[in-house]
Design a protein. Structure first.
Length: 84
């Protein structure tokens, strides 16, 4: 059986901007991403024409550095700035 990567499972402290979207931390990075996608889907923020893009609401704009539209690959890089 493969050993899980402990870096992904280590609870991380979240910024207040990120906590407004995913809830109170500390949370592992994997859980942050899971809750972020749940938030995006519950608010229908995925671009219907290009599902790789996320159209940010006010809470996500704070996490995404003010950007209105972010692709899913850029999202993980922007979110990592809110983890410590």
């Amino acid at each position: 059986m493969a050993k899980s990567n402990s870096a992904f499972m280590k609870p991380m402290n979240l910024s207040s901007e990120l906590e407004a979207v995913v809830g109170k931390g500390p949370l592992p990075r994997s859980e942050v991403v899971k809750k972020l996608w749940a938030y995006i889907k519950s608010k229908s923020l995925q671009d219907p024409n290009n599902k790789r893009n996320i159209n940010a609401d006010e809470n996500l704009k704070k996490v995404f550095g003010g950007k209105a539209t972010v692709n899913m690959f850029e999202m993980t890089k922007l979110v990592s700035k809110h983890l410590s």
